[in-house]
Design a protein around this ligand. Structure first.
Ligand SMILES: Nc1ncnc2c1ncn2[C@@H]1O[C@H](COP(=O)(O)OP(=O)(O)O)[C@@H](O)[C@H]1O
Ligand SMILES: [Mg+2]
Length: 369
């Protein structure tokens, strides 16, 4: 084989590894106040069998992004860009085709299990209906599959559970049931949107570990959406940090924690509860509020809240660019954390008395440890 042919075939096979390619996705909601730019030019790729964490404060556009991939949006929404799933563009697929993709190929798990469970229907039929619809098996086979699924998501006495209603289960058990339903048809992509935010801390870890085990055993692609960087640490291959509808930093998980570049990511790290904090020390939440998505600022969207802010940040929006020598670590900042320019910017603001709390450089290290 000639070199160019070899090159071409390896390029093609690596293309096939991509399960999901999101290209310049924009989701705008027309409202009486104007166009709400909830997702504003997001691009990323997800390989088969890999996990991507999408992290950002409340309101940063994580759920709208997830729903845009699934096309679960209000009718008048403006959607631009491309969502290639296994070689097909979901953004221009007909409703009927989409219905075959939902559940069977892409499944979602939401924050509140009660929104996806039917409160007046027993657990059994809620699982078997979807199995029978998508897989075309008979009642007895569907029941066997349901029992196996409930077992695999760690529900004790699954046969008894089939006859129960959602309200008879604890929050954690209900979320296990919605995960079982999501897995029922063997999806290739699972989108979990804050799947543990409503649960107790101890149950959270169990559910996150369950998702991780199922994802890797089934070689699914998984998008794990959360406001908590601590949730994705150690559980994802890559992380994309979102702010005001855009990705502001993106990197392999270990790389991100080792070398944070975007002040917003640094601020998110400061707001994770840590063992070394005394139980009565207050968590540092990021000061200020995200910008109005109808009237976005001209420069960097984080500038108004950023301890590194300089005049340039207010005037010009930084592009999403890679670190020199690290093509898979992207960031959007003029004065990045840990660089000479960043340190000087921070120092000048500190000297001018514009920073009223100290940034703790140990935060990232403790999260990985
Ligand atoms: N249907 C809608 N119409 C107008 N604005 C919306 C609509 N849905 C979401 N938004 C706005 O889009 C922004 C992003 O929301 P969301 O994706 O839910 O944030 P996150 O999941 O990161 O907390 C928010 O400002 C929210 O108010
Ligand atoms: Mg959300």
């Amino acid at each position: 084989m000639s070199e160019s042919l070899l090159e071409r075939s390896s390029a093609r096979s690596s293309e096939h590894e991509q399960l999901l390619q999101v290209q310049d996705l924009k989701t705008y909601f027309p409202t009486p106040r104007g166009l709400v730019k909830a997702v504003d030019g997001v691009s990323f790729e997800l390989e088969r069998g890999k996990t991507l964490g999408i992290v950002g404060e409340s309101g940063s556009g994580k759920s709208v992004l997830s729903r845009s991939i699934m096309r679960l949006l209000p009718r008048k929404t403006e959607l631009h860009g491309q969502v290639m799933f296994d070689g097909r563009d979901l953004t221009n697929m007909k409703q009927a085709e989409l219905r075959d993709v939902w559940g069977a190929e892409i499944a979602m798990v939401f924050q509140d299990p009660m929104t996806s469970l039917n409160p007046v229907m027993r657990i059994g039929p809620q699982i078997t209906e979807s199995i029978r619809h998508h897989l075309g098996v008979n009642k007895a086979e569907a029941r066997e599959t349901a029992i196996a699924l409930l077992t695999s998501v760690g529900i004790p006495e699954p046969i008894r559970r089939l006859k129960e209603y959602p309200h008879q289960l604890s929050g954690g058990m209900r979320q296990r049931v919605t995960i079982a339903i999501a897995l029922a048809c063997g999806p290739r992509l699972l989108i979990a949107d804050e799947p543990t935010t409503a649960l107790d801390v101890t149950v959270q870890a169990q559910i996150l570990d369950l998702l991780k085990v199922q994802q890797s055993e089934r070689f699914m692609g998984m998008i794990l959406v959360t406001h908590d960087l601590g949730v994705v640490a150690g559980r994802t291959d890559d992380i994309a940090v979102m702010y005001a509808g855009k990705i502001v930093e993106q990197a392999p998980t270990d790389e991100l924690f080792a070398d944070v570049k975007m002040p917003y990511t640094e601020a998110l790290l400061q707001s994770i509860p840590r063992l070394s904090n005394h139980s009565h020390t207050r968590l540092q939440s990021i000061k200020g509020r995200p910008p109005d998505l109808v009237n976005l600022p001209k420069g960097c969207r984080f500038a108004a809240r950023c301890p590194y802010v300089q005049d340039k940040c207010l005037a010009e929006e930084p592009p999403l660019i890679p670190i020199t020598g690290k093509p898979d670590h992207l960031y959007r900042c003029w004065f990045p954390v840990g660089t000479a320019a960043g340190e000087a910017a921070l120092e000048s603001n500190r000297a001018a008395g514009k920073i009223d709390h100290e940034i703790d450089p140990a935060a990232a290290g403790e999260i990985i440890a």
